[in-house]
Design a protein. Structure first.
Length: 373
């Protein structure tokens, strides 16, 4: 081989090695989810229960790994208005205080939901006029209290059914706030009151089983498109992402794409991946941990790759505390990124890798979208 050809080959190899080194330095340095997320300007969060903040393992893992937290239950109606007109912000304030100390953002959850409301509300037999006033007063009181402290709210949670229809319920038609039969208008009204109380907060509609393309997500898409057209103050859609090994949604990227094309942001708000367990809480098949990791990595990767996906959040972080075991009567469990001893699982590594590998060029565009109103 002539000398200059040999030299060219050597130079090409050296160059390729340098490029690889550069890429690996960029991608492998993150030592926590929040470090990896900061590189691409995405929020990485988890639902929390302030009751556990006094547990050092719980608090240290949270502070090390996440740059956003959301109260699992502490800002819901049951916690914030336990008796008619009597507000209690104690638990929610603890979440805000923890976030402030650890420089985290707080996602608020939620201002309005047709389910899991206090008994006094569910069984109160209120009139339309009373419900109108109660809904307005609640949204304004809670969003005003957390003004400047909560950066984004799930304003309305789970208002649509599997076919994209408006679910019946006290806020819509039983008897509703005076907008029964007017489809999503009561949802729009909730957004208007939330915006009135906190004009700077990002306002989200949040739902489950609508992550990919299906009848329900079509209904959500139609609703938010209509809201944007009519100037209803909405900033984004939350995709909850409660999934299992056999029901991972397809077309998540396509759904994110069509929602963000409307000028909305998307956030993955409640991800967990349930695994089959026995009555002692052990996995039926230990290799499921790898399957779980793959699903987490895929979804985190889809979010990280799209500038309009501004947050990736899990519904809790340690398998010690998750709603899944109770909800599935002990059939499923171990759905989160850390095991019950707070050790990172393969799923943790998969999310870390997915965030670390994302192209850093996306950071600027994502920051612009995240700040947009
Ligand atoms: O704290 C009380 C306890 O004192 C009492 O003894 C016990 C008896 O049932 O209830 C305890 O409260 C429970 C609370 O979780 C705290 O564990 C409630 O009954 C129970 O209804 C509540 O469930 C929560 C559920 O939402 C309803 O609000 C789950 O923790 C929470 O993970 C779940 O989260 C929802 C999201 O908000 C919306 N998307 C789906 C997601 C999962 O269902």
């Amino acid at each position: 081989m002539p000398m200059d050809r040999q030299l060219k080959n050597i130079l090409t190899s050296v160059l390729a090695a340098l490029v690889l080194l550069f890429i690996s330095v960029l991608s492998c340095h993150a030592q926590s989810l929040s470090q990896a997320a900061a590189r691409i300007n995405v929020q990485v969060g988890t639902a929390v229960n302030p009751f556990f903040f006094s547990n050092p393992q719980y608090a240290q893992t949270l502070a090390r790994e996440f740059n956003m937290i959301e109260p699992e239950n502490a800002m819901k109606w049951t916690a914030t208005e336990p008796a008619p007109g009597k507000f209690n912000f104690t638990a929610g304030d603890e979440v805000v205080a923890f976030a402030a100390v650890h420089h985290m953002k707080v996602r608020g959850h939620n201002l309005l939901w047709g389910q899991h409301n206090p008994a006094w509300l569910d069984s109160g037999q209120f009139t339309t006029e009373q419900l109108h006033e109660m809904m307005k007063a609640h949204i304004i009181a809670v969003a005003s209290h957390y003004r400047g402290k909560v950066f984004a709210w799930d304003v309305v949670n789970e208002a649509l059914g599997n076919h994209g229809e408006v679910k019946p319920g006290i806020w819509y038609d039983r008897p509703g706030i005076g907008l029964a039969g007017k489809e999503t208008e009561y949802v729009a009204q909730a957004f208007r009151w939330a915006h009135q109380a906190d004009p700077d907060a990002l306002l989200f509609y949040n739902d489950y089983d609508a992550e990919g393309l299906n009848a329900k997500s079509n209904g959500i898409y139609a609703m938010v498109k209509d809201f944007k057209k009519r100037g209803v103050p909405i900033d984004g859609v939350g995709l909850q992402m409660h999934v299992g090994l056999d029901n991972v949604p397809k077309d998540v990227a396509a759904n994110i794409e069509r929602l963000t094309a409307l000028g909305l942001q998307v956030q993955i708000t409640e991800m967990d991946v349930r695994l089959p367990i026995n009555s002692s809480g052990e996995l039926l098949d230990p290799t499921d941990l790898e399957r779980q990791a793959k699903i987490y990595g895929e979804i985190a990767g889809i979010c990280a790759a799209h500038p309009g996906c501004t947050a990736f959040q899990t519904w809790g972080f340690t398998d010690r505390y998750s709603w899944i075991v109770h909800f599935t009567h002990g059939k499923y469990g171990q759905p989160l990124l850390f095991n019950a001893a707070y050790e990172p699982k393969p799923a943790y590594q998969a999310v870390l890798d997915a965030l670390s590998k994302a192209n850093p060029k996306i950071a600027r565009r994502r920051a612009e979208i995240a700040a947009r109103h």
